[in-house]
Design a protein around this ligand. Structure first.
Ligand code: SAM
Length: 248
């Protein structure tokens, strides 16, 4: 059926490819891929011969004519990214908006997503979580972002580059406190998959002591602020202290 299909693909292990994802990709008239060379391997592995074009989302880019043309002719277009679910720290948002504005349906074909996989196995509360994607690369803006999150009580989920993970854990320990629980989730679904949960300072020391922990693909999951930890403004704190002094 005509429309744009948002197709999730594996985040490492090809065995996680969904049956419906294969069918939709094979049946589509056009595949829009973040990186066509990268995706060629995946498509070949599953015997998909649908033509693929690159799709980026640099500012100023317009939705490729070929996508709109395919939809106008009643065809199906599938969007994939290099790994996992498109639009989750990946291109596709503008495309979805454009296609919907033009009156065509957009259909999700769900599957792997590193953030959700990490959450499901990390051992921190999952009833409320906040996906933050990638933090700013530079220290100043990064700290500002972390400061904005300091009172958030939902579990926090970040994607992080391996060469920055140590620095980021240090920055998080400084802002959220050394005792805040955190989980380093690496290489999900792959050979060297590891998961380690510890207070931030301890996790930082662990990563510092082992260069292997600074490699591969990484999700950081950080506990939200404990709602019982109330910080009081200075006047209230002083009043409470004086009251305490009066107590028998
Ligand atoms: N769209 C993808 C998804 O659904 O998870 C995420 C794309 S984002 C550009 C890539 C980042 O996702 C990596 O830097 C890493 O933080 C995380 N990631 C992707 N695959 C992963 C894996 N197998 N294990 C851990 N983290 C992964």
């Amino acid at each position: 059926d005509t429309g744009l299909y948002i197709v999730a693909t594996p985040i490492g292990n090809l065995g996680d490819m969904g049956q419906r994802a294969i069918e939709v990709l094979a049946g589509a008239d056009l595949i829009a891929a973040e990186d066509t060379r990268h995706s060629a391997r995946l498509l070949q592995h599953f015997g998909v011969t649908t033509p693929a074009i690159p799709y980026h989302e640099h500012s100023g880019d317009r939705t490729p004519e070929r996508i709109m043309q395919t939809l106008a002719e009643g065809g199906a277009v599938a969007l994939i990214s290099d790994a996992g679910t498109p639009l989750i720290s990946d291109p596709g948002y503008r495309l979805v908006r454009d296609v919907q504005s033009a009156g065509y349906p957009v259909v999700a074909i769900p599957g792997p997503c590193a953030a959700i996989a990490a959450l499901s196995a990390c051992g921190l509360p999952t009833d409320r979580f906040r996906f933050e994607g990638f933090l700013p690369a530079r220290a100043g803006p990064r700290e500002q972002r972390l400061q904005c999150l300091v009172d958030e009580s939902a579990t926090l989920v970040f994607y992080e580059a391996p060469h920055r993970v140590l620095e980021v854990l240090g920055a998080m320990a400084a802002v959220f406190g050394e005792e805040r629980e955190a989980v380093l989730v690496r290489e999900l679904t792959k050979t060297f998959e590891t998961l380690r949960r510890a207070p931030l300072a301890e996790l930082e020391a662990f990563v510092a002591s082992d260069a292997n922990q600074q490699k591969g693909e990484i999700v950081l999951v950080i506990a939200g602020r404990d709602e019982r930890d109330v910080t009081l403004d200075a006047a209230t704190a002083k009043l409470l202290q004086r009251l305490a002094e009066e107590m028998p």
